[in-house]
Write a protein that binds this ligand. Structure first.
Ligand code: ATP
Length: 347
């Protein structure tokens, strides 16, 4: 069992608070992505879990064992934690084999087959062992960094934005290889990232860090489909935000009367609400009584395109359409909701 339990963790630098009371449980063998803006304190949290930094308050348990808090601090090398830094952090003067075996006990270092096993686990050929880090691509270096972290069979693996320096194609393939390797070892994993797509696609659980706290913790679907407020909805992806007025039929807004999927009218007791809908949940298909507007701009992305439409007598909205059916600027198009909507009390 290697569940990570973080309770009430607080820390700051030079009197400036960074983490202001974090609570998080990462169940054994699962992956949690900590998603937050740059400078929010994600690396600071990993350093505390690894034992490189002591919190001012709070506790951390790994596999039920208190590793920090209540006046106790287990040193990093005895926490059973592997850490992969953003830049990989390989030793340039050692070959790949030397990097992987660096922290191993002397007897284990002689077992060359262990290096081969670890390289295979992260999807690299055995011959990579004799190469120097500067002979490898960025993605290969990150896989070696993971192999080095896994060499000591850690219960917990901490990944600090390990894919952020890689280009799109390499990032996806490296991420897949790392996810497969981690699943095989059964390690409990915490990934920190400011990349929403990465968090949603890589993790079993996502924790949104905001102002030194977790504003929401849930499955990727819960986080994306039911963000706690408009700010979080916008942080997780493109949103169309419209002022609305609850009526007994639904929420009245520039797109007409919009009903929530359950048919209920949330916040019916409020005079005004913010209605939030994702561009992919709007469509340019006609329907009786739907809104119309003029296409202002189109942004082509290959598989899809983002179309900006000025609604007649209303605000501008973005609609995501298939890349093969993009209208032209100036065209008059129908716009209607074709998916879930979120409503929040007006700020
Ligand atoms: N050793 C330090 N001394 C003083 N301030 C620090 C130190 N380390 C981090 N900070 C500050 O603490 C805040 C949180 O930094 P941290 O690196 O944890 O954020 P992050 O979310 O990981 O950012 P990024 O996504 O850019 O890596 C930042 O404002 C940073 O400037």
């Amino acid at each position: 069992m290697s569940t990570v339990e973080i309770q009430g963790v607080r820390v700051g630098y030079g009197g400036v608070p960074v983490l202001q009371g974090l609570d998080l449980t990462v169940p054994t063998g699962t992956t949690t992505a900590v998603l937050g803006a740059s400078g929010g304190g994600k690396t600071t949290l990993l350093r505390i879990i690894a034992g490189f930094l002591a919190p001012e308050a709070g506790t951390i348990h790994i596999g039920g064992r208190l590793v920090c808090g209540h006046g106790r601090s287990v040193p990093p090398e005895r926490r059973g934690v592997g850490y992969v830094r953003q830049d990989g952090g390989l030793f340039p003067h050692l070959d790949v084999g030397g990097n992987i075996t660096f922290g191993m006990p002397r007897a284990a270092r002689r077992r060359r087959e262990r290096v081969g096993e670890l390289l295979e686990l992260v999807g690299l050929p055995e011959g990579t062992a004799a190469k120097r880090p500067d002979q490898l691509s960025g993605g290969q270096q990150q896989r070696v960094a993971l192999a080095r972290a896994l060499a000591l069979s850690p219960q917990v693996v901490l990944l600090d934005e390990p894919f952020s320096s890689l280009d799109t194609a390499l990032r996806a393939s490296t991420r897949d290889a790392v996810a497969t390797a981690l699943a095989e070892t059964g390690a409990t994993t915490i990934l920190v990232t400011h990349d929403q797509q990465e968090a949603l696609s890589f993790a079993d659980q996502v924790a949104i860090m905001r102002d030194g706290r977790f504003s929401q913790v849930g499955t990727p679907r819960e986080i994306y489909e039911s963000p706690v407020d408009v700010r979080e909805a916008a942080f997780l992806g493109d949103v169309v935000r419209l002022p609305g007025r609850p009526t007994h039929e639904g929420v009245s807004c520039a797109l007409g009367i919009v009903r929530s999927p359950g048919g209920s009218t949330p916040f019916a007791s409020y005079d005004a609400v913010d209605l939030v809908v994702r561009p992919e949940d709007l469509t340019l298909a006609d329907a009786p009584g739907c809104a119309h507007g003029t296409v202002l701009t189109t942004r082509y992305h290959g598989a899809h395109a983002l179309v900006r439409v000025a609604l007649t007598d209303g605000p501008e909205v973005s609609v995501r359409v298939a890349g093969r059916s993009v209208p032209h600027p100036g065209e008059i198009v129908p716009v209607r909701v074709d998916g879930p909507v979120l409503t929040y009390p007006s700020a």
